[in-house]
Design a protein around this ligand. Structure first.
Ligand code: GRF
Length: 222
C-alpha cells in the first residue's frame, strides 16, 4: 500500500474548498489523506462538512490566546498530534507568525483569489472589476512569511465578463478554486511539486512561473 500524504486543512468559514478536497479524496484520485480539520471559529460551517465526512475536527479560538505567537504555538502543538505532511489553508483568515511558517517550512499551501502577484490582500474581485482587467482567477502557492507572496504553483484563470458583479465573479472564481486546489495539493502530495531553496520545483525543474490553466465562462477547463 502506498502511504498517503497526511493533510491538515485549516479553515475559518464555509469550507467550500475543504468540501472540494473531501470530494476529490472520496473519488479516490488524490494521494492525500485528510487527517484533521482545524478552525479558529466555532461557527465555521466547514467543521460540519468535516464531521459529516468522518474527519477529526479541532476548534481553537484565537481570542482565547494572549497573542498571535501563543495561538500559533497551540495550533502547531494540536496539529502535530496528527503528524501532518502538508497543511492546506482553505479560507483560514489568520496571518501566520514566522515561527509557525518555519515549523512547517515548505509544507503549507494557500489559495488566494487573484492571479498573484496581482492583488494580494482582500476585496480582490472588486479591485479587478474596478481596474477593468480582462483576466482574473486564483492562485495556489506555498506559504512563506510574505503575505500572499510565496512561490506559486498553479493558477486557474478566466476572462472577466462585461457587466458582471463582484459576487458573480467571486462565485465563478470559487468554482475554479475547487478544481485547482485539490489538484495542486495532490501534486505536492505525490512529490511532483516541491518547495526547494525558497522556490517551486515541478517534476525536478525550477518553475519560475506557475502552471496556468484557463477556464471558460462555465468553469470548464479549456
Ligand atoms: C476562497 O475563496 C479562497 O480563495 C480564500 O478564502 C476563500 C475560502 O472559501 N483564501 P471557502 O471557505 O473554501 O468556501
Amino acid at each position: 500500500m502506498t502511504s498517503r500524504c497526511k493533510t491538515a486543512v485549516l479553515i475559518s468559514g464555509s469550507g467550500t474548498n475543504l468540501q472540494a478536497f473531501i470530494d476529490a479524496v472520496s473519488r479516490g484520485n488524490l494521494g492525500l489523506e485528510l487527517s484533521v480539520v482545524l478552525s479558529n471559529k466555532p461557527e465555521a460551517y466547514g467543521l460540519v462538512r468535516a464531521e459529516e465526512a468522518g474527519i477529526p475536527t479541532v476548534c481553537l479560538q484565537h481570542g482565547h490566546y494572549a497573542d498571535r505567537a501563543s495561538f500559533d504555538t497551540a495550533v502547531a502543538e494540536k496539529l502535530d498530534e496528527w503528524r501532518p505532511d502538508l497543511l492546506v489553508l482553505a479560507g483560514f483568515m489568520r496571518i501566520l507568525s514566522p515561527g509557525f511558517v518555519a515549523h512547517y517550512s515548505g509544507r503549507i499551501l494557500n489559495i488566494h483569489p487573484a492571479l498573484l502577484p496581482a492583488y494580494p490582500g482582500l476585496d480582490t474581485h472588486q479591485r479587478v472589476l474596478d481596474a477593468g482587467d480582462e483576466w482574473h482567477g486564483s492562485t495556489v502557492h506555498f506559504v512563506t512569511e510574505e503575505l500572499d507572496g510565496g512561490p506559486r504553483i498553479l493558477q486557474g484563470r478566466l476572462s472577466v465578463v462585461a457587466g458582471e458583479s463582484a459576487d458573480q465573479l467571486a462565485s465563478r472564481v470559487q468554482a475554479i478554486e475547487h478544481q485547482i486546489y485539490p489538484q495542486a495539493a495532490g501534486w505536492v502530495g505525490e512529490g511532483r511539486v516541491e518547495f526547494r531553496l525558497g522556490q517551486t520545483w515541478i517534476d525536478g525543474a525550477l518553475a519560475e512561473e506557475p502552471v496556468v490553466q484557463t477556464f471558460d465562462r462555465d468553469g470548464t477547463l479549456i
